[in-house]
Design a protein around this ligand. Structure first.
Ligand SMILES: [Zn+2]
Length: 478
């Protein structure tokens, strides 16, 4: 009997948790890391992957993507293959429902580990515009029981009052449920003003702050000043927040207009104002014609951004109810947020995410590799932001590192072409040379989601969020 099911041989192994960076072999058995050594005997392996010249890092964990949301003209579950093709091995869906998540994994799963948050959308997924504390307790119980790790507040689209927002955070914290927030209340917006409310809203509680970059687009102040202030808010709340920022220039938003022809959500209105367009249906149409706005559409089994006349047609056919994208994210803000450290030498923003999945902007790995090439990050820092910290954010104790017994989730990167070229989950290949080759997936649930996970027939792992970075040192009785 061979000692190892698989040896990944001769790559530069990047394992920030263990401070390890060296050309080494990785021995895998039973889906777990068995041994790292300068040279393992190929005779001991049932299978061998030649990783010479490559970087071998713990599987990339995307802490903000969309694979289970409510989409109109595309299938969010296509995001699984798109993420796999981009080198991701574990994804946190930032806003769907448990049944959507499970259904999507069964139909279109690509072998990834998948966790989800329950999107709090009044009139759609929750009954009340401003849920009371007792309603919140029921929403949370239901979210966890249906297999989500917690909830997501979508302040850029369905903002609550500051009081309700604070109540959601508190109720989630009391249950040790995950709670993520696209900032913005009825008194602020999806911008720096929303971020400025955080200290008050969170108090000594805990919160995941979504896509910090999107509050640094120059809406409230000069972009550099917005980054500085965002970082100072995050640093002032260090230890109480999980945070991520993405690097893609295109954003993702909605084109939906009301019956008077006014754009409904705060995010698209800001996008239009940034370039001087009226915040109306006609303003959106002109932005599309000018090449500024794109419409999200399904093509060839993937999701793409469509522009020009084709986009206008989709926009009119759907009576404005389409996903849209504007090139509003600033590379200078992305760079600033990706590389900034706080006084303790820790990254101010925890992770690089995509806000992608079914949005075609899964560039976390390439863009972070580019920062290494640029000299702005070391290879170990890259692996920290793409895998090790994200694993801790979610309490995935067996992921994000290569200690003996860790899950054999691996992303192999080719520094010569700045691309992920291969990934494995539990020792099984899910991506090779940019093609997704896996199916289904592993559901990540809390103890309260075990019944639904079992019933789904999918494989699953139980996550104890009290062991996550989010809840490290957190005590009740605030
Ligand atoms: Zn998002």
């Amino acid at each position: 009997m061979p000692k190892y099911d698989l040896i990944v041989s001769g790559g530069t192994v990047l394992d920030p948790a263990n401070g390890f960076e060296a050309v080494s072999d990785l021995g895998i058995s039973g889906g777990s890391i068995e041994r790292i050594a300068p040279e393992l005997d190929p005779a001991d392996a049932d299978d061998l992957i030649d990783a010479r010249g490559k970087w071998v890092m713990p599987g990339q964990i995307d802490t903000h993507a969309h694979v289970a949301g409510i989409a109109r003209n595309w299938d969010p579950a296509l995001g699984y293959a798109m993420l796999a093709e981009a080198g991701t091995t574990t994804v946190l869906d930032l806003g769907g429902t448990g049944p959507n998540l499970i259904d999507g994994i069964k139909r279109r799963g690509a072998g990834l580990n998948v966790a989800g948050l329950y999107a709090m959308i009044p009139g759609a997924t929750i009954a009340d515009a401003e849920p009371s504390p007792s309603a919140l307790s029921e929403i949370l119980a239901s979210a966890l029981q249906q297999g989500c790790l917690g909830v997501k507040m979508l302040g850029g689209y369905h903002p609550f009052t500051p009081e309700t927002t604070s109540n959601v955070i508190r109720a989630s914290n009391d249950r040790r449920a995950y709670v993520a927030y696209h900032v913005g209340t009825k008194e602020s917006g999806s911008n720096l003003n929303g971020l400025r409310e955080l200290p008050e809203l969170v108090g000594d509680g805990r919160l995941h702050v979504a896509h910090v970059n999107s509050y640094c687009r120059g809406v409230v102040d000069e972009p550099d000043a917005e980054c500085d202030e965002a970082l100072s808010i995050l640093n002032g709340m260090a230890g109480r927040l999980n945070s991520e920022a993405y690097h893609a220039v295109p954003n993702g938003t909605s084109g939906r207009c009301d019956s008077d022809g006014n754009v409904m959500a705060d995010v698209p209105r800001s996008c239009l104002r940034l370039r001087g367009y009226p915040t109306t249906r006609d303003g959106l149409k002109q932005a599309i014609l000018d090449g500024y706005g794109s419409v999200v559409a399904q093509q060839g089994g993937r999701v793409a951004y469509v522009g020009g006349a084709d986009a206008l047609k989709l926009f009119d056919e759907a009576n404005t109810n389409v996903g849209m994208s504007f090139p509003v994210n600033l590379p200078s803000s992305a760079f600033h947020l990706a590389t900034a450290k706080n006084g303790s030498g820790e990254f101010a923003v925890d992770a690089v995410s995509t806000d992608g999945g079914s949005h075609p902007r899964n560039v976390a790995i390439q863009s972070t590799m580019a920062l290494v090439q640029f000299g702005a990050l070391t290879p170990l820092e890259m692996a920290t932001k793409l895998s090790w910290t994200p694993a801790r954010m979610l309490g995935l104790l067996n992921k994000g590192h290569f200690s003996q017994g860790a899950d054999a989730d691996i992303t192999v990167l080719d520094p010569a072409i700045n691309q992920p070229v291969m990934s494995l989950v539990a020792g099984q290949l899910i991506m090779l040379n940019g093609r997704s080759v896996g199916s289904e997936g592993t559901l990540l649930v809390t103890a309260e989601g075990v019944d639904v996970a079992k019933g789904s027939g999918l494989s699953y792992q139980v996550v104890d969020l009290s062991k996550s970075k989010l809840y490290a040192g957190y005590r009740d009785g605030r």
